[in-house]
Design a binder for this molecule. Structure first.
Ligand code: MG
Length: 464
């Protein structure tokens, strides 16, 4: 009898294990807003405490040459979710750089998102947080493959109620929520306005954990895009005046807490080894806001620019048992690659009727092969400002992210070796004309490969 029950137990166990093996991994993408390369403990910040992100890196892998698809919100998010440069989906514009409450377009239905791709395997999908790909009914997350949505659909400094001259003061003194009349939405309805931004990080976290618990027995995709660290900075009572790094540190430490809550929910439910989790940021720090903006560490410039600080972002990937713990990957990667990487690990297919811009980084994450990405293109609006090939980066145009009188054409292009000079301080174009010529050719070929599309960000204000 004893032997029999042991047999039953063993075979039941085998069934459970086999079923678990059959099940494709859950996907969790945690996206910070305007978090700079240097804002996290494990990426070198001396005073902001991020024990949960540090642990994620310790159990997983840090990527030190990882790029957002663009240097500002809307195009960056379009690139992440579609695996395509935003210039291909019309989600970039030279002057209207992101979507606004007055915008009447968004990511087109014809684009295929990671959430839609994962429907091939019946994933449950939820988006929590900042969407910024269109807030009108036709463009909401629920129209792009997500079963559910909870969050503020655009930036938290929009719908400003303070006049221009008082606006900057309000942004740096976020002591009232009604300075920004932004909506909080559930699925397709506004449930709170103005959104109580003090508790938004906390409530996003609760929604994310609830979603994980509810879907623990089936494959799921959670896309948690925090409203923080975009100014105005808000944090809950528990995180107020806690950090040595002031209000920025407070808000960042709460985002870090949130990462811990999400990973703990995965561990608690026995899902850790079958979940691929990524933490990264949509663009670099918003430097014009003094100590309310983050830090790009030793990288040059920040949000809005095509210098490294604008697009190179902190990135941590995590899948215990699959991604070797405590490793650092110095090969190149991008949010543009997440779709191809997820497709390969879930056995789903990306669309094959259009140009894609991503690579499967799975081998590089396992450290069994080098990263297949050897180039990066830095678009500002609809124009290519810079390109990286291997360790070298050439700038054809330069411009600071904000407060700038215009662009500077660089002819000959500036050239930096990002291995020896990650801060882009020492132009070596004169000694390396051959390298400049190679990158110029790569850039020209790339530009020829971009088809003209209808611009969606230009659709703002009066429809006539
Ligand atoms: Mg942003």
């Amino acid at each position: 009898m004893k032997v029999f029950s042991r047999l039953v137990f063993v075979s039941l166990w085998a069934v459970v294990v086999l079923a678990a093996q059959d099940r494709p991994p859950n996907i969790v993408i945690i996206f910070g807003d305007d978090i700079g390369y240097g804002d996290i403990g494990v990426f070198g910040h001396p005073t902001i405490r991020t024990p949960h992100l540090d642990r994620m890196a310790h159990e997983g892998q840090k990527w030190t040459n990882f790029y957002a698809a663009a240097s500002v919100c809307t195009p960056s998010r379009a690139g992440l979710l579609t695996g395509r440069l935003p210039v291909r989906s019309g989600m970039m514009h030279d002057r209207v750089r992101v979507l606004f409450p007055e915008s009447w377009s968004g990511l087109q239905q014809s684009e295929v998102t990671i959430a839609e791709m994962l429907k091939q395997k019946d994933y449950a999908a939820m988006h929590v947080g900042k969407w910024h790909l269109g807030h009108l009914p036709d463009y909401l997350p629920t129209k792009q493959g997500f079963d559910a949505y909870y969050g503020i659909p655009y930036s938290n400094d929009m719908d400003a109620t303070q006049p221009g001259d008082k606006r900057r003061h309000a942004l740096l003194h976020p002591d009232r929520i009604d300075y920004w009349n932004v909506p909080l939405m559930r699925d397709e309805e506004t449930i709170e306005r103005p959104a109580n931004q003090y508790t938004v990080t906390k409530r996003y976290t609760e929604e994310a954990v609830k979603f994980i618990e509810k879907n623990k027995d089936r494959p799921f995709f959670l896309y948690l895009a925090h409203t923080m660290m975009h100014v105005p900075l808000f944090r809950s009572q528990e995180f107020t005046d806690r950090s040595m790094a002031g209000i920025y540190g407070d808000a960042m430490e709460e985002v870090d807490w949130s990462v811990g809550q999400v990973l703990d929910a995965l561990r608690r439910n026995g899902l850790a080894e079958n979940t691929f989790a990524v933490f990264t940021s949509d663009n670099g720090p918003w430097l014009i806001f003094d100590t309310h903006g983050g830090s790009a560490g030793l990288l040059r410039e920040g949000k809005g620019s095509t210098w490294e600080g604008g697009m190179r972002v902190p990135a941590i990937v995590w899948r215990p048992g699959t991604i070797p713990a405590g490793t650092t990957q110095t090969g190149m990667g991008s949010t543009l690659d997440l779709m191809a990487t997820v497709a390969a690990m879930t056995g789903t297919k990306m669309p094959d009727d259009r140009k894609m811009d991503g690579y499967d980084l799975g081998g590089a994450m396992k450290m069994t092969s080098p990263s297949p990405r050897n180039e990066m293109f830095y678009w500002r609006g609809t124009r290519l400002f810079a390109a990286r090939l291997g360790d070298y980066k050439a700038h054809f145009f330069t411009q600071t992210g904000y407060r700038d009188r215009g662009e500077t054409r660089q002819n000959p292009p500036l050239l930096y070796h990002l291995g020896r000079d990650p801060g882009e301080e020492h132009d070596i174009s004169r000694e390396n004309r051959g390298v400049v010529a190679r990158i110029r050719k790569l850039a020209q070929e790339h530009e020829l490969d971009i088809d003209e599309v209808e611009n969606q960000l230009a659709k703002i204000g009066d429809r006539n």
